[in-house]
Write a protein that binds this ligand. Structure first.
Ligand code: UDP
Ligand code: MG
Length: 330
C-alpha cells in the first residue's frame, strides 16, 4: 500500500462520531448475504468511533434475498432495506440508496464481497484526512476474464477520449463520498445513470485506494454481456455528445467521396463512350451512402430515445417495501 499523501485540507472538521452509510444493491444474492452481513459487522466492530447504517436495496430479486434481508433488519437496527417492485438495474438501486442514506459519508459497495469491506476502513481514514471522494481502483484484475479486462480497457479509453470529465480507469462504483458530494448527486435527476461518471463530474477532492479485487464470494454475475453493453452505452452516451459530431464527420467524408464519384461520372459521360458501364461503382456508392446514413440515424435515435425517456419524468424506481426505517422516525 503506498504511503498516504499529505492531508488534502489540513484542519478539515469531521464529526466526532460520524454516521457511515453503506449502500449495497442486491439482485439474487441469497448465496452471499449471510457472509456479507458478517463481514460488515466485523468492519463496524473495528471502527468504534463511527456509527453505521447498512442500506440494502433489493433490486427485484426472485430468490430468498428479501427474506434474508427482512430477518437481518429485524435483528439488527443498523440494517435498512428498500425492496424494489421489480428489477430496475444496479445504477438505479444505488441511486435509491443514496436518496435514503443519512450518513455523513456514504459508501457504495457490491453485495458479493468483490469490494472488500475491510478497504472501507482505509476509505474512512482518507475521508477524515479531508478528501471528499475516495474510490477504490483495482490493483489487479486477476479475478476477471481476459475478455472482461480487454473490453474494460477499450471502454475506458473510449469514454475518456469522448467525455469532458475524466473518468478514472479500473474503478467500479466502490467508493466513499462525503455528504456534500452526495447532496449534489441527489440533485442529478437523469434516468440513464452512470454513477462513477456522475461522481467524477461533481469534482471536490478525490483520491483513490488500490485494492485486490477478489472473485465473487458465491453465486454468479448479474451482468451478462448484453447488460454490460447497455451499461457501456449509457456511460458513453450520457457523458458525451461527440458521437453526434461523429455522424457529421462521417457525412462529410461520404460527401467528399461522392463529389469525386460525381466528377468521375460526368467525365465518363461527356468525354468517353463507356458511360453505360459502372453499375459496380453505382452500387458501391449507394450501399456506402446508405450505410453511413443508417449509422448516423442510429446514433441520433439513441439520443432521441434518451430524450424521450427523460421527458416522461417517471419516477426512477418503485419501492414495494421498506424495512428498518421506523426507528429513525421516518
Ligand atoms: N445488481 C443489482 N441489479 C442488477 C444487477 C446487479 O442490484 O440488475 C447488483 C448485484 O447484486 C451486485 C452488484 O450489483 O451486488 C454488482 O453485480 P455483479 O457482482 O453481478 O457484477 P460483476 O461484479 O460481475 O460486474
Ligand atoms: Mg461482482
Amino acid at each position: 500500500m503506498p504511503a498516504a499523501p499529505a492531508p488534502a485540507r489540513p484542519g478539515v472538521q469531521r464529526p466526532e462520531q460520524p454516521l457511515i452509510s453503506i449502500i449495497l444493491p442486491c439482485l439474487d444474492e441469497e448465496a452471499v448475504l449471510a457472509e456479507t452481513l458478517a463481514r460488515l459487522g466485523r468492519l463496524a466492530a473495528g471502527q468504534p468511533d463511527c456509527r453505521f447504517e447498512f442500506v440494502f436495496v433489493d433490486d427485484g430479486s426472485r430468490d430468498r434475498t428479501p427474506e434474508i434481508l427482512r430477518e437481518a433488519a429485524a435483528r439488527d437496527p443498523r440494517v435498512r432495506v428498500l425492496r424494489f417492485a421489480r428489477n430496475f438495474g444496479q445504477q438505479i438501486a444505488v441511486s435509491a440508496g443514496i436518496e435514503v442514506a443519512k450518513g455523513d459519508a456514504v459508501v457504495l459497495m457490491d453485495a458479493d464481497l468483490q469490494d472488500p469491506p475491510e478497504v472501507v476502513a482505509q476509505m474512512i481514514d482518507r475521508w477524515r484526512q479531508g478528501f471528499d471522494v475516495v474510490y477504490g481502483t483495482r490493483a489487479s484484475r486477476r479475478a476477471d476474464s481476459l475478455m472482461k479486462r480487454a473490453t474494460a480497457r477499450l471502454f475506458y479509453s473510449t469514454i475518456n477520449r469522448l467525455s469532458e470529465v475524466p473518468i478514472p480507469a479500473d474503478t467500479g462504483d466502490f467508493r466513499l463520498m462525503g455528504r456534500p458530494v452526495v447532496d449534489v448527486l441527489r440533485q442529478m435527476p437523469e434516468r440513464h445513470r452512470f454513477i462513477r461518471g456522475m461522481v467524477s463530474w461533481v469534482g471536490f477532492r478525490q483520491t483513490s485506494i488500490p485494492y485486490d479485487r477478489p472473485e465473487r464470494f458465491a453465486g454468479v454475475t448479474k451482468y451478462p454481456l448484453r447488460k454490460m453493453l447497455r451499461f457501456a452505452a449509457d456511460g458513453i452516451l450520457s457523458f458525451s455528445i461527440k458521437p453526434l459530431q461523429l455522424s457529421i464527420a462521417l457525412g462529410l467524408i461520404a460527401a467528399t467521396l461522392a463529389l469525386f464519384g460525381i466528377a468521375y461520372a460526368l467525365f465518363m459521360r461527356i468525354f468517353t463512350s463507356v458511360w453505360v458501364e459502372g453499375w459496380t461503382a453505382l452500387m458501391i456508392a449507394v450501399l456506402f451512402m446508405g450505410g453511413v446514413q443508417l449509422i448516423c440515424l442510429g446514433i441520433m435515435g439513441e439520443y432521441i430515445g434518451r430524450i424521450y425517456s427523460e421527458v416522461k419524468r417517471r419516477p426512477l424506481y418503485v419501492v414495494a417495501e421498506r424495512m428498518g426505517f421506523d426507528e429513525t422516525g421516518e
